[in-house]
Design a protein around this ligand. Structure first.
Ligand code: 8YV
Length: 334
């Protein structure tokens, strides 16, 4: 028996449906599967395909029972999964870390440019019919330029390095990055960019250095207890007044109240967010929505057709490989 908590796309669905030997229980609505549905249907499942909003915790594992062997997550992030609980029970975890790198890196560049060039604010004026009244001045709607910027990456994995690759032709000046091992070179050079870089690419000693040096801060790290709210009021106080913050990772890495205050007080120039704390439950009167210098997107980083198709296929392949005890496309080493 396998449980799938979402509708899938054609190829992936066909791959799953081709397995006549499986009892497939699938949530068949655009809305996320309710927790009660998942807990009820997990019973006796050997594998479960989950999304970010499905918590994989002790409660779910207990509800499933001892024959559960595989969790396949439709994501690169695994903060919704209690990995220690999986390890304890010898349950394998598949994920999709490579499928979405390009799509998310593309969107990161877009958010950097939108934040620097005030795209959200400018478009807001046009949509409100304010263009005819905008007084012309050489400094009208101006912002910082990407060329010559120092870019600071909080987290320097695949997506961050793919973003760097895209930023080099824009003429950025320098890169600093912070990983869980401050001051040490990145563990992996995903695209062969770090050996002989054309600009300085250096590990920062601490977040204070990264915040202080960067014209653009890109949040691309995993959400863990040590990265939660790492971008805090103190972080914003260290940032340059003309700097922008972009978050494509997880909302809680950035303290939203501190961000609102930093934008209100012009402590930073702007922000571009694909994620935010408590998403998707952002009420229409949330103060972040009143910030003209904040572009907020509804977590669409991986949302290209090709990427979502690949993520769906790899998730199903991981699920099936887990059931057969075979190698997954990508497996988290627990
Ligand atoms: C979501 C993501 O998975 O992969 C991740 O970690 O945050 C996204 O790609 C995607 O939106 C599907 O929920």
């Amino acid at each position: 028996k396998v449980v799938v908590t979402r509708q899938l796309i054609d190829q992936a669905q066909a791959l799953l449906d081709s397995r006549n030997d499986l009892d497939i229980v699938q949530w068949n609505s655009e809305k996320p599967a309710p927790r009660e549905w998942l807990l009820e249907n997990a019973k006796d499942a050997s594998g479960i395909l989950v999304m970010l909003s499905d918590k994989v915790d002790e409660e779910l594992l207990a509800a499933a029972g001892s024959q559960l062997r595989t969790i396949a997550s439709f994501s690169v992030g695994t903060d919704h999964v209690d990995t220690a609980a999986l390890k304890k029970r010898d349950i394998r975890l598949g994920y999709t870390p490579t499928a979405l790198t390009d799509a998310v890196a593309d969107l990161t560049v877009m958010l950097i440019l939108m934040a620097q060039r005030r795209a959200g604010e400018s478009m807001g004026k046009v949509l409100k019919g304010e263009w005819p009244q905008m007084p012309w001045h050489p400094l009208l709607m101006t912002g910082p330029q990407i060329g010559g910027s120092t870019v600071g990456f909080l987290g320097f994995g695949r997506i961050a390095q793919a973003t760097l690759k895209r930023l080099l032709p824009f003429g950025i000046k320098k890169v600093v990055y912070l990983t869980s091992k401050p001051g040490q070179p990145a563990k992996e050079d995903h695209f062969g960019l770090l050996e002989n870089p054309s600009i300085p690419v250096e590990p920062a000693e601490n977040w204070e250095q990264l915040a202080g040096e960067s014209d653009v801060v890109v949040v691309g790290c995993a959400l863990t207890p040590s990265t939660k709210h790492i971008v805090s009021k103190d972080f914003f106080m260290k940032m340059k007044k003309m700097a922008v913050l972009v978050n494509i990772a997880r909302g809680p890495v950035v303290d939203t109240n501190a961000l609102v205050e930093a934008l209100d007080t012009e402590q930073i120039f702007g922000a571009g967010l694909d994620v935010i704390e408590n998403e998707p439950n952002i009420p229409a009167d949330h103060p972040i929505l009143k910030q003209p210098r904040c572009v907020l997107l509804p977590h669409i980083g991986s949302a290209t057709i090709a990427t979502r198709e690949q993520m769906a296929e790899e998730s199903v392949e991981n699920l099936l490989a887990g059931l057969k005890g075979e190698a997954m496309v990508n497996e988290v080493q627990l």
